[in-house]
Ligand binder design. Structure first.
Ligand code: NAP
Ligand code: G4F
Length: 327
């Protein structure tokens, strides 16, 4: 039985990846940082039905000793570094913390692996945010990076450290440059879930409108369930490498709103309020990925269309609100 160690197991991708790896027969271990809200920290793992099937270890990406200890205890075959301060807007409010966790945290995990289990295969959660002020209309592995936020700069550092550990120490370390991926388990502060939760509340008569920032921003939105499969595929290859994972379709925040409101028979423009508080100091105007390399080398393609993703998220939020569940 293979053993996987996941940082960020309590997040959206951690939950879907745990479910996927368990279905493949893995023993799944996760690192969870101490929280005063320990009773709800595993709510995504509960929602997806794996909370009692994974092994949880108390640690933190900023605490190298804890990562070394956990690596010694688990002896993982595969390490997935998903842990991060992942909300771009907060990275301007907490630039140091974002650099520490999202950037140096990855170095800590790489270093723990190098010291304890250098044969373990390593996945780094890189991001399409690294393209920032895009240098090519459609972005692939060869497109130059131009980070536009403290988050993107931290991710870029972690990305290059992963390449560096691969080239310096011969470690099987791969980066997935994942474009935005969403699901019913997406954090409520991200725009897609904010919209689907808002649409559900409006449909149920619990609120009248949704306040948003830049409606023109365009993203290449996929489903997290499809994207965690790509992470695993990268670690099954003979040679480590970097891959873009994207749907190849881009849509604006406004178009996402239209799809979500249409799904419940409402009109978006009747309920959207533009609020400058949700604008950013610098914006990533458009992301549009080319995942041909992943298709050709990994045999990966996305299975969920944007319309299906939106419908699944809105329906899940309506169900949750009717049951008075929170996530
Ligand atoms: P998420 O839901 O925000 O999850 C982030 C995870 O990191 C949570 O489990 C969080 O724990 C954990 N974490 C935060 N600080 C930590 C620390 N100091 N030590 C250990 N763990 C810590 O993010 P996601 O959407 O699942 O994304 C997974 C990864 O992919 C992230 O690295 C993200 O930056 C990257 N990424 C995401 C996307 C996307 O569209 N979703 C695209 C590209 C890349 P708590 O539960 O305690 O907060
Ligand atoms: O949903 P978002 O906050 O995601 P963003 O900034 O694209 O970052 C996500 O995807 C990255 C991959 O490219 C990940 F690396 C990162 O960890 C995260 O998962 O914002 C999407 C867009 C932005 O252009 C933002 O300005 O939506 C726009 N937007 C408009 N109104 C809003 C809002 N975003 C949020 N969060 N809230 C709003 O009210």
């Amino acid at each position: 039985m293979k053993r996987a160690l996941i940082t960020g197991i309590t997040g959206q991708d951690g939950a879907y990846l745990s479910q996927f790896l368990l279905s493949k027969g893995y023993e799944v271990h996760g690192i969870v940082r101490r929280s005063a809200s320990a009773d709800v920290i595993n709510s995504r793992l509960v929602w997806i039905g794996v909370a009692d099937k994974v092994h949880i270890h108390d640690g933190n990406l900023t605490d190298l000793a804890s990562l070394i200890r956990i690596a010694q205890e688990v002896k993982p075959d595969e390490i997935y570094n998903l842990g991060a301060q992942s909300f771009v807007k907060s990275s301007w409010q907490q630039p140091y913390l974002t650099g520490l966790v999202t950037g140096l945290g990855a170095t800590n995990m790489l270093e723990a692996a190098r010291i304890v289990c250098p044969e373990a295969r390593f996945y780094q959660a890189s991001s399409s945010e690294m393209y920032g002020l895009i240098q090519e209309r459609i972005q692939s592995e060869t497109t130059p990076f131009y980070p536009r936020s403290p988050y993107a700069a931290a991710k870029l550092y972690a990305h290059w450290m992963t390449v560096n550990y691969r080239e310096s120490f011969g470690m099987h370390a791969s980066s997935g440059i994942l474009f935005n991926h969403e699901s019913p388990l997406r954090g409520i502060e991200f725009v897609t879930r904010k919209i689907t939760d808002g649409v559900a509340r409006i449909k149920l008569g619990m609120q009248k409108s949704i306040s948003l920032g830049n409606l023109s921003a365009m993203r290449d939105w996929g489903h997290a369930r499809d994207y965690v499969r790509a992470m695993w595929l990268m670690l099954q290859q003979d040679t480590a490498d970097d891959y873009v994972i994207a749907t190849g379709r881009t849509a604006s925040v406004k178009e996402f709103c239209d799809l979500a409101f249409n799904h419940v028979g409402l009109v978006a423009q009747d309920h959207i309020v533009v609020d400058p508080r949700f604008m950013r100091p610098a914006e990533v105007d458009i992301l549009h990925g080319n995942a041909d390399k992943a298709k050709n080398k990994l045999g990966w393609s996305c299975e969920t269309q944007l319309e299906q993703l939106v419908a699944e998220m809105v329906d899940a939020d309506i169900t949750r609100l009717k049951k008075r569940e929170h996530l």
